[in-house]
Design a protein around this ligand. Structure first.
Ligand code: FAD
Length: 347
C-alpha cells in the first residue's frame, strides 16, 4: 500500500474498546479506519483468552472473549469500518490538517482525529534466543505469515508447539515443497483437531518433525539452514524459510516516541507506560489525539472493558465537536437515532 489514505478518524487498535469506538463515532456520523498489528480483531480478548468466559459485561451474563469480539463486529457492521490488519502504526506526526500515521506495512494515513486504543501496547513476537537472528529477518526469517503465496514451493522450517505453529504448519504444508517443524517436546499444545492432523502428516512423512531447539542460523546473504540441538547432539536442516511461533508479548512499542505525556507513575509503576488523559473526553496532550481503553491513565482508572466502552462514548462526542465546531453536538440515544435506524434498515 503506498497511496495516502485521507480520513476523519483513525483508530489504533482493534481490541474491544477500539471496536466499540467505531460504534460511538458512527452514531455521530463519523466513519473510521482501524489499524491493528494483529491479523484479526479482538485484542486481548481474542488473542489471550478467546475461550475464557467474561462475566462483567453489562447485560451479557457470560460471554467468551471471542464471542464478545464477534458481537462487537456485528454491532459495528452498519458503520462499515475499514480494517487494516497486520499493520503496526510506527509514527505519528503533526501535519497541517491533523496527523500523519505510517505503518510498518508501508501504509500512510492522514487523519484529523486519532484515537489510540492500543491496550497494553502492541503484541510483538517472542523471538528465539539465537545469536544474530535479527540479521536474517526479512531474509528468510519471519514471525508472522503476511503473504502466504510467497511460500509456494519453498523449503520451510517452523518452530513451536502451540496453535500458531501448528496451524501454519498445516496451512503451509499445502504449498511448500518441503516442510518441517521443530519443537522442544514431542507433545503439542494446539487444538485437538490440529494436533491429530499434524500427527497424521508427521506419520505420512509430509511434515518432518525435529525434536530439540534451533540454536544457530546459517547463510551468507540469506538463510540457508538451521542448526537444531537436542541432548547435546546437533543436526543441520537446510531450509530457505524459518518461521518461529513462540507466542506474543505486549510492548508499549512505537507510541512511546510520539510526544505523548505518559502516566504519572506516582502510585503504580505500570502507569509510566500509560497515556495520561483528561476524564472529560479522554484527550491526550496532543490536539485531536484521544486515548481510550487499557492504554490510558487517569486517577481512578480501572482496566476493564466496560470502562473503555464509557470512554469511547465521551471521546466520540468530543471528536465530533472538534470536526464540526459550528454544529450542536448532542448525545445520541440509539432508541431514537434515525441515522442508526436507517443504517439498520428498521425505518
Ligand atoms: P486490547 O484488548 O489490548 O487491544 C489493543 C489492540 O491494539 C491490540 O490488538 C494491539 O495489537 C493493538 N495495537 C497496540 N499498539 C498498536 C500499534 N502501534 N499499531 C497497531 N496496533 C496496535 N476485562 C474485563 O472487563 N473483564 C474480564 O473478565 C477480563 N478478563 C481478562 C482476562 C485476561 C486473561 C486478560 C489478559 C485480560 C482480561 N480483562 C478483562 C482485561 C481486558 O481484556 C482489557 O481491559 C481489554 O482487552 C482492553 O481493551 P483495549 O481495546 O483497550 O485493548
Amino acid at each position: 500500500m503506498s497511496d495516502k489514505i485521507k480520513t476523519d478518524v483513525v483508530i489504533i487498535g482493534a481490541g474491544p474498546v477500539g471496536l466499540f469506538a467505531v460504534f460511538e463515532l458512527g452514531l455521530h456520523g463519523l466513519s473510521a479506519h482501524v489499524i491493528d498489528i494483529l491479523g484479526k480483531a479482538g485484542g486481548q480478548c481474542a488473542e489471550l483468552y478467546p475461550d475464557k468466559p467474561i462475566y462483567d459485561i453489562p447485560a451479557l451474563p457470560v460471554v467468551s472473549g471471542q464471542a464478545l469480539t464477534d458481537n462487537l463486529l456485528q454491532q459495528i457492521e452498519p458503520f462499515a469500518p475499514t480494517f487494516h490488519f497486520n499493520h503496526m502504526v510506527e509514527t505519528l506526526e503533526r501535519v497541517q490538517d491533523g496527523w500523519q500515521l505510517t505503518t510498518d506495512g508501508g501504509a500512510v494515513f492522514e487523519s484529523k482525529i486519532v484515537v489510540i486504543a492500543a491496550g497494553g501496547g502492541s503484541f510483538q513476537p517472542k523471538k528465539p534466543s539465537i545469536d544474530g537472528i535479527e540479521n536474517y529477518e526479512g531474509r528468510g526469517v519471519a514471525y508472522a505469515v503476511r503473504n502466504i503465496n510467497q511460500y509456494d514451493g519453498k523449503n520451510i522450517l517452523l518452530a513451536g508447539g502451540g496453535d500458531s505453529a501448528l496451524d501454519w504448519t498445516l496451512n503451509l504444508a499445502e504449498r511448500a515443497a518441503k516442510i518441517g517443524l521443530v519443537h522442544r517436546r514431542r507433545e503439542f499444545r494446539g487444538a485437538p483437531a490440529s494436533v491429530k492432523k499434524l500427527e497424521e502428516m508427521i506419520e505420512s512423512g509430509r511434515v518432518q518433525f525435529y525434536l530439540g531447539n534451533p540454536i544457530k542460523l546459517l547463510g551468507e546473504d540469506k538463510l540457508s539452514g538451521v542448526v537444531i540441538e537436542n541432548d547435546g547432539v546437533e543436526q543441520t536442516v537446510m531450509v530457505d524459510n524459518f518461521l518461529p511461533f513462540y507466542g506474543l508479548s505486549m510492548k508499549l512499542g512505537p507510541l512511546a516516541n510520539w510526544g505523548l505525556t505518559l502516566g504519572t507513575g506516582e502510585k503504580v509503576a505500570a502507569d509510566k507506560n500509560l497515556i495520561l488523559v483528561d476524564t472529560e473526553a479522554f484527550r491526550t496532550n496532543l490536539p485531536g489525539v484521544f486515548a481510550i481503553g487499557d492504554i490510558n491513565y487517569y486517577p481512578g482508572k480501572l482496566k476493564l472493558i466496560l470502562s473503555g466502552f464509557h470512554e469511547a462514548a465521551l471521546m466520540a462526542i468530543a471528536a465530533k465537536k472538534l470536526l464540526s465546531p459550528d454544529e450542536r453536538v448532542a448525545m445520541q440515544y440509539t432508541t431514537s437515532s434515525t441515522k442508526l435506524q436507517r443504517l439498520l434498515k428498521v425505518i
